[in-house]
Design a protein around this ligand. Structure first.
Ligand code: IPE
Ligand code: IPE
Ligand code: MG
Length: 240
C-alpha cells in the first residue's frame, strides 16, 4: 500500500454512502441480510484502512431515516446486526485508537441499542486517531429540522437573536457540529444520488461513485477513490 500512496494527498474527511449489500446478496442467491452481514465486515476493514492511510474523519451511512420503510424482517435483521456489530466495533476502535461518534436521531432505537451507542462513544472518546462517525437513523433533512427546532427554542428563550445567526452558528446546531465538512464522498453501487445524506455538509465535497457493491469494497477501491480525488481541481465557487 505504502508504495501507491506515497505521493497522494490524503483527504481529511471521507464520507461514504455504503450501498449495494442487497444486490451483492441477490447476485449470489443469498438473503439480503447476509449482504448486510458481509457489509459490516467491509465497514470494519475500511475503518482499519482509513486509520492506516491517515484519514482523520470517516463518516459512513449505516441506516437512513427512510430505511424504516423496508420490510419488518429486514429492519429487524439490521437492528440485530447493529447490536452485534457495536460490540465488535468497540474492540476494533480500542485496537486502532479510533474515536467513535454517532450522528442521527437515536431516540427511535430500542433502549439497549441507545445504551450500546452511548457506551461505544463514551469508551472511545479519548482516542486520538481516526474519528469514525456512524450515521444511524440519519437523514440530512431530519438533522436540519432538529437543528431548526433547537434554534427556535433558543430564540424564544432569548439565547439567540436572528441578526446573530451565521453559517458557523447554524453549523453548531447540527449533529456534525465539531466535525469538518467532508472532502470526498464515495458512493458504492453506482447510484448517482445523495439519498438524504449530509445535505448541508456536502456543499463543496468532491463526489466519487464506483459500481462496486459495498461488500466488495476494499483498500484498493479506497485508494482509487483517493487517486481520483487527487486528480480534481477543488473549487469553492471562486476562480484560481
Ligand atoms: C446498503 O445496501 C445498506 C443499507 C441501506 C442499510 P442496500 O440494502 O441499500 O443494498 P441495495 O441497494 O438494495 O443493493
Ligand atoms: C442510502 O442507501 C442509505 C444508506 C446507505 C444507509 P439506500 O439504498 O437506502 O438509498 P436509495 O434508496 O438507493 O436512495
Ligand atoms: Mg440501496
Amino acid at each position: 500500500m505504502d508504495k501507491n500512496i506515497e505521493n497522494l494527498v490524503i483527504p481529511e474527511h471521507v464520507a461514504i454512502i455504503l450501498d449495494g449489500n442487497g444486490r451483492w446478496a441477490k447476485k449470489r442467491g443469498l438473503p439480503r441480510s447476509l449482504g448486510h452481514k458481509e457489509g459490516c465486515v467491509t465497514v470494519e476493514k475500511t475503518v482499519e484502512d482509513a486509520a492506516r492511510l491517515g484519514i482523520k474523519y470517516l463518516t459512513v451511512y449505516g441506516f437512513s431515516t427512510e430505511n424504516w420503510k423496508r420490510s419488518k424482517e429486514e429492519v429487524g435483521a439490521l437492528m440485530q446486526l447493529f447490536r452485534y456489530y457495536m460490540v465488535r466495533l468497540l474492540k476494533v476502535a480500542k485496537a486502532n485508537n479510533v474515536r467513535v461518534k454517532m450522528i442521527g436521531d437515536r431516540e427511535r432505537f430500542d433502549q439497549d441499542i441507545i445504551e450500546g451507542i452511548e457506551k461505544l462513544v463514551e469508551q472511545t472518546k479519548d482516542n486520538t486517531g481516526l474519528t469514525f462517525v456512524i450515521a444511524v437513523n440519519y437523514g440530512g433533512r431530519d438533522e436540519i429540522l432538529r437543528a431548526a427546532k433547537k434554534i427556535l427554542k433558543d430564540g424564544q428563550e432569548g439565547r439567540l437573536l436572528p441578526e446573530d445567526m451565521t453559517e458557523q452558528i447554524f453549523t453548531s446546531y447540527l449533529d456534525t457540529a465539531d466535525i469538518p465538512d467532508p472532502d470526498l464522498l464515495i458512493r458504492t453501487s453506482g447510484e448517482l444520488r445523495l439519498s438524504n445524506y449530509l445535505l448541508w455538509q456536502l456543499a463543496y465535497t468532491e463526489l466519487y461513485v464506483t459500481d462496486c457493491y459495498w461488500p466488495d469494497f476494499n483498500q484498493d477501491e479506497l485508494i482509487r477513490a483517493i487517486e481520483a480525488y487527487n486528480s480534481r481541481e477543488r473549487r469553492f465557487g471562486g476562480v484560481k
